[in-house]
Design a protein around this ligand. Structure first.
Ligand code: ADP
Ligand code: MG
Length: 446
């Protein structure tokens, strides 16, 4: 039987047992690319899909292939050429989809890392505006553009968005994206194989040079030297350079002085950790990419659990799979059951109860427990109350309803609001951070 017919048959069975969104997200772009010597090779469009299919559906697929082919088989999954879905092809997509796609692959760009898929709020607004400006007038607005910030704040995404946007607009533009580590490996290979000419041609002809996690080259002398020449050659031609790093140039240790001053010669922008609203927005975007319409309250609930954007996606995938396995809709309740109380990774003793925290918070802020639980919305009471909500949520993983009833029968939306507020404070307000830390330490010591 030919592989595509075989796969169609298998998919039509899979379709019967999984929900529509799951099918759309994980199977619609899969293909059986080869089936020789009892080895069936299935490609999917991205590594994440591969991870989910492999962990959740491999057995089912294997059984189906065996059923239709009448033999025992081995099953392997690979990630193939990415297919991009264009919802409303507009003037942006002037280049044919096929060639655009191959341009992306050639440039090592992730087709999902676009400006359209990037959510903006206070923590990344300036970086977003600068990236847009660079995409508008590459080589002239800010050159180089240097974005820095912690893990998962969206540096790589934003940098690639510039590349994708330019590839879209200008036929034949040469975009090079590589990480500091890849650059290092390539230069070492080139030196070893005496092929530095090729290396030079490749990098120096770039119109847009995107170098991610440039801090990696620090301390490596030959690499920094080559990077310096590459940088200058590209910059001199008026081509655009965008760099990202986990720290500003002044704090990257063992970075050559001449590189530091080059990096500081353009625009330096930091991106902060996403606040609560931004995390919820990112989850909604990621869900939509999987063909799932996630209710807002579920996105917010998930946003409570994770502070960095990179882990958000893992949580999302997990909850989607759970809803699939349990055959239940995605709901706040499901999220609480899956993530609540589990992974209680703190060093509190096991007999820490909600009352331990209630008393500790009241004592810390110098108010009475009755005031903490009471109705007054005055700030001396409302702030400690919200801090308490946050701590009960993050430390004891109580559900919103449980916290509500501990706090004098408050509604779960009030608790959600309070927790969200303190979560976003906790990422950028030193005083609150310190308060929470002190309260937690007072309990650990007892
Ligand atoms: P960094 O390079 O700063 O470590 P990434 O760009 O790799 O972070 O982002 C981690 C994940 O979070 C990616 O999947 C990215 O798409 C997503 N992400 C981060 N910030 C945003 C945002 N503002 N909007 C949409 N997705 C985001
Ligand atoms: Mg990155």
């Amino acid at each position: 039987m030919d592989t595509s017919k075989l796969w169609d048959r298998i998919l039509s069975e899979v379709e019967l047992v999984v929900s529509k969104p799951v099918f759309a997200a994980y199977f619609s772009k899969s293909k059986l690319v080869s089936f020789d010597n009892s080895i069936a090779c299935v490609t999917v469009n991205n590594p994440l899909v591969k991870e989910v299919i492999e962990s959740r559906y491999a057995t089912t697929i294997k059984q189906l292939v065996e059923k239709y082919s009448n033999q025992k088989i081995s099953l392997v999954f690979t990630v193939g050429k990415t297919e991009i879905k264009i919802d409303n092809p507009g003037p942006l997509f002037s280049i044919s989809e096929q060639s655009f796609e191959s341009e992306l692959t050639k440039s090592h760009l992730n087709p999902l890392y676009t400006f359209e898929n990037f959510a903006v709020s206070g923590s990344n607004q300036i970086a977003y505006a600068a990236a847009k400006a660079v995409a508008q007038t590459p080589g002239s607005a800010y050159n180089p553009l240097f974005l820095y910030g912690g893990v998962g704040v969206g540096k790589t995404h934003l940098m690639q968005a510039i590349g994708i946007n330019l590839l879209n607009k200008k036929k034949g533009v040469k975009v090079i994206f590589c990480t500091g580590e890849e650059f290092t490996n390539e230069i070492i290979d080139a030196i070893r194989s005496r092929n530095t000419h090729k290396f030079k041609d490749k990098f120096r002809n770039a119109n847009i040079f995107l170098i991610d996690d440039v801090q990696f080259i620090a301390g490596k002398n030959a690499v920094q030297e080559e990077f310096f020449y590459t940088f200058n050659a590209i910059h001199r031609k008026g081509s655009q350079i965008v760099l990202t790093s986990d720290k500003p140039p002044s704090e990257i240790s063992k970075l050559e002085e001449r590189l530091r001053s080059r990096f500081e010669g353009g625009l330096l922008i930091d991106i902060q950790q996403p606040d609560f609203e931004l995390r919820a927005a990112i989850i909604l975007i990621k869900a939509k990419q999987r063909g799932i319409d996630l209710p807002m309250n579920v996105a917010q609930e998930l946003a409570n659990y994770v502070s960095d954007a990179r882990r958000l996606e893992g949580f999302l995938v997990r909850i989607i799979s759970e809803s699939q396995v349990k055959n239940e809709p995605l709901s706040v309740n499901l999220v609480t059951r899956v993530f609540g109380r589990k992974n209680n990774s703190n060093n509190l003793s096991t007999n820490t109860t909600p009352n331990t925290f209630i008393n500790a918070v009241a004592k810390y802020f110098g108010i009475k427990v009755s005031q903490l639980k009471g109705d007054s919305r005055a700030k001396p009471y409302s702030l400690p109350r919200q801090v308490l909500m946050y701590i009960l949520r993050t430390e004891l993983r109580l559900s919103l309803n449980e916290i509500g009833s501990l706090l004098g029968g408050r509604d779960h939306t009030t608790i959600l609001h309070g927790v969200g507020k303190i979560t976003s404070f906790a990422s950028n307000n030193e005083k609150i951070k310190q308060d929470i830390f002190s309260i937690k330490s007072s309990i650990v010591k007892n």
